[in-house]
Design a binder for this molecule. Structure first.
Ligand SMILES: [Zn+2]
Ligand SMILES: [Zn+2]
Length: 337
């Protein structure tokens, strides 16, 4: 599939280019270049893996060929990261070879980049605890953990010069809308009638969710709260996601996402009504035949939904003995409550 640079222009005349980069094999992300007066801002950087850096340079070359916009990475004077997932920040060390531009990210995600190894160790411990809680077998636990770590190649830590929070205005252009859930420091950026929705809202797919039990600031509760923050925005004519194509009708897309979440909640409730079970068993019923990394993502997603139902008091664990010691509960079976 040929990937082309797209161009948009806001009513105030700000130019936006969407540069497609292959961040993992056959998986693309959108890096955005925003050009307004003296600001030349890169939103996200790709993964730095595989073809990602090459595609970024190809995208800059295409700016001129396709759109007559003569700009290079050297002229970028601001970098904003929408969240600290590797497909969005992994290209940062590469980009910084060309420019001294300052890099900004939401404060909750800063340490993932400046203390990558420490955060990874902490997150993998928490994932291990969650998988035991979810009821995966010992062999499956080892397999899933191996896969998780295998996909986290060493990232060359990069400095972050600026952090921001909800409601901040960046470069006198972007208003920060804090939308945690998919990632603790996930933000959307509003530029007049355009919303950069990052991975929070995508045109076709639902973003990955994992339970807060693994990482605080993620989970379905936060994600729905973040959707409500976006639903309150008026006058968004164009939504540009971190992957996939632009979204023209944001309220309709939000409706679809709310409905899809509701369907998953109902499906889990039905399965638990039939029989109390663990997160791993629910995931096996809901996502039959998932292999490899997708299996891990499936279990995490179901974990996020079960946790949400638990937080709201709709489900409860049935097999945690009251006199259990301080060890984390394992193979937790849930029932409707
Ligand atoms: Zn992401
Ligand atoms: Zn992403």
């Amino acid at each position: 599939m040929e990937q082309r640079v797209l161009r948009f222009e806001t009513q105030a005349g700000v130019r936006i280019y969407s540069l497609p980069v292959e961040v993992f094999s056959q998986f693309y992300a959108n890096v955005y270049l925003v050009v307004a007066d003296s600001t030349i801002c890169l939103i996200d950087t790709g993964s730095g893996h595989g073809n990602s850096n090459r595609d970024l340079l190809t995208g800059f070359a295409a700016l001129q060929d396709q759109w007559g916009e003569k700009l290079s990475l050297a002229e970028v004077n601001q970098i904003i990261l929408t969240h600290a997932h590797i497909d969005h920040f992994g290209g940062l060390p590469f980009v910084r070879q060309f420019t001294q531009a300052q890099t900004a990210i939401h404060i909750a995600d800063r340490r993932v980049i400046t203390n990558y190894d420490g955060r990874l160790r902490f997150a993998s411990k928490a994932l291990s605890r969650f998988l035991r809680h979810a009821g995966v077998s010992a062999a499956q636990h080892q397999h899933l953990m191996g896969m998780y770590l295998q996909n986290k190649e060493a990232f060359q830590t990069a400095p972050i010069e600026q952090t921001f929070e909800d409601g901040d205005r960046l470069c006198d252009l972007f208003d920060v809308v804090y939308t945690p859930g998919h990632c603790p420091g996930q933000v959307c950026l509003r530029l007049d009638e355009v919303l950069f929705s990052a991975d929070h809202i995508l045109a076709r797919t639902a973003p990955h969710l994992a339970p807060e039990m693994i990482t605080p600031g993620t989970g379905l509760e936060h994600y729905i709260w973040g959707l409500q923050q976006v639903a309150r925005l008026d006058g968004i004519a164009l939504t540009l996601g971190g992957h996939e194509q632009p979204i023209e009708n944001l309220p309709k897309r939000l409706e679809q996402i709310f409905a899809s979440n509701q369907r998953k909640i109902e499906r889990i409730s039905d399965l638990l009504k039939a029989q109390p079970q663990t997160v791993a068993q629910l995931s096996a019923s809901m996502y039959r035949g998932l292999q490899g990394y997708d299996e891990l993502l499936g279990i995490e997603k179901v974990g996020a939904f079960v946790e949400y139902l638990y937080l709201r008091g709709y489900v409860r664990p049935v097999n945690i003995a009251p006199d259990d010691d301080d060890r984390d509960p394992i193979n937790v079976v849930y029932e409707l409550f």
